[in-house]
Design a protein around this ligand. Structure first.
Ligand SMILES: Cc1cc2nc3c(=O)[nH]c(=O)nc-3n(C[C@H](O)[C@H](O)[C@H](O)COP(=O)(O)OP(=O)(O)OC[C@H]3O[C@@H](n4cnc5c(N)ncnc54)[C@H](O)[C@@H]3O)c2cc1C
Length: 340
């Protein structure tokens, strides 16, 4: 819980930064330990889970490589959706009412404090406090009254082109998690993060949750999920490139068109429609000046008005956003005299 920059520069924190050289460059750091370019790629690509190039990442994000290979990857039985379902159930047991498919157009602020929200339908919901889960830049630019935060020029993560494929034959060579690397990984990073183009030979990730949870697909079928990192909406339009990228995926995974019963596609435009600024699927980037105390706080400049989620402290990813929720809960319950 950072209350300001002073909390970051304590002797203990600065000691940790210096001792572990946490602000060094990840790509260069890994290069000091391994010579083979394939190993260098293998021990650094995980920052792309944050939509961040390993070449731009701080050494501290080596923790992702460690967590993946040292601690393992977790999957909630029944799928990721079980998590929000469980949270919703507990909230409803505590008396919460949940409105689905009600877009908030404006957060109402009166005398510097949150007073409720106005929905797309025009309906106004009055409230003692508001917690905003829209991406932080979108919230400051579109939902809240103008403040200097609305003009902060955030550096965004990349986006993701998604293909959800119903496949009617077994794919025995696929595991639950599979990573396909570009044949020229450095060119892939350059095209994606520097030139902001849809990579000519992209790296991508495929997932078959039915390996762990067989009920996720009918017998002898596969639920193939494909994630291709592509530029956000400040770069080349990935929607136009989607057919070409899908063809690459088909070739590299060895798919048969006749077994592809359906393909659902998500592009940066759809991420943007879900509230993610510039269609940046992973929120604002984890650069030095957008991490720790520099990242948007869960506390907005308005009283009783909070932000929560990937573009706030501490950052992107399900575990991090749940910590963000804990930080908000601490502040809200502290204010109303209860412990989180
Ligand atoms: C393709 C992809 C794969 C990922 N895989 C993983 C993974 O394997 N493991 C992991 O830990 N993390 C993963 N992540 C990251 C993780 O999904 C995010 O960090 C996390 O979902 C962010 O949570 P959030 O609450 O900030 O935002 P979201 O989950 O985006 O929730 C925000 C909600 O607010 C709603 N909303 C937005 N604007 C409005 C409005 N104006 N009115 C009403 N509602 C609104 C949206 O519809 C949405 O439901 C992945 C992300 C992506 C894009």
């Amino acid at each position: 819980q950072y209350n300001g920059l002073g909390d970051l520069f304590t002797p203990y924190q600065v000691g940790l930064l210096l001792r572990h050289r946490l602000l060094g460059n990840l790509w260069k750091g890994v290069g000091r330990y391994v010579r083979d370019p394939r190993l260098r790629m293998l021990f650094s690509f995980q920052t792309m889970y944050l939509g961040l190039s390993p070449k731009d990442a701080l050494w501290v994000y080596g923790v992702l490589t460690y967590m993946e290979s040292g601690e393992g990857v977790w999957y909630p039985r029944g799928g990721m959706h079980r998590l929000p379902e469980a949270i919703a159930r507990i909230a409803q047991e505590e008396g919460a009412r949940i409105y689905l498919n009600h877009r908030v157009e404006e957060v109402l602020i009166e005398d510097g404090r949150a007073a409720g929200v106005r929905l797309e339908s025009g309906e106004v919901l009055k409230a003692d406090g508001v917690i905003i889960n829209t991406d932080a830049p979108t919230a400051y630019r579109e939902l809240l009254p103008a403040t200097p935060y609305a003009h902060r020029n955030f550096k965004n993560s990349c986006s993701a082109l998604m293909f959800y494929i119903g496949y009617t034959e077994p794919l025995p060579h696929q595991l639950h998690h599979n990573v396909y690397f570009s044949r020229d990984f450095e060119a892939n990073l350059r095209e994606l993060f520097e030139e902001k183009r849809v990579p000519s030979d992209p790296s991508f990730y495929t997932c078959l949750s039915n390996r762990t949870d067989p009920v996720d697909a009918p017998p002898n079928c596969e639920n193939l999920y494909v994630l291709v990192p592509v530029p956000n909406l400040t770069g080349e339009d990935a929607r136009a490139a989607a057919p070409r990228v899908l063809e690459t995926v088909i070739q590299r995974v060895g798919l048969k068109r006749e077994a592809m019963q359906f393909v659902e596609t998500l592009t940066p435009h759809e991420w943007q429609a879900m509230g993610l600024w510039q269609g940046a699927a992973f929120g604002i980037a984890h650069t030095f000046f957008q991490s720790t105390a520099f990242r948007p706080s869960v506390q907005t400049p308005f009283r009783n008005c909070y932000l929560v989620g990937a573009s706030t402290q501490p950052g992107n990813g399900i575990p991090m956003t749940l910590i963000s929720a804990e930080l908000v809960a601490e502040r809200v319950l502290g204010k109303w005299g209860r412990k989180a």
